[in-house]
Design a protein around this ligand. Sequence first.
Ligand SMILES: [Zn+2]
Length: 124
Amino acid sequence: MRFLTQDHLGILNSGLCLVHCLAMPLFISLGASFASHPLLELVFVAWAAWALRSALAGRSLGTFEVILWSVWAVFALSMFLEHEIEWAGYLGMSASLGLIIGHVLNLRRRRSEEALCCDTVDAH
Ligand SMILES: [Zn+2]
């Protein structure tokens, strides 16, 4: 098993975005206006999509996948609306948290599948 999977990178991305969004008032008060640059949010949204797509590669679209992509869609939408609507920022942070949980669950699922696969291989 690889040490760093797409799930880890997805968790890292959502974690960074969460910290970034939470610390936004601090960044702004410090005059670090680059932190609120829309391009930064675009990077978080694109990275989250890439991590999700890679982490779920080769899987058929089940309930788990649909839920995860819906959480991503909410996240992406919130990132673009957070300057327009106040509560969209909170929605985005909740979605970030949801993506982290989703990646953790996917990691656990993958590990149990790998354990299952190797048990049967050993049995032969
Ligand atoms: Zn953010």
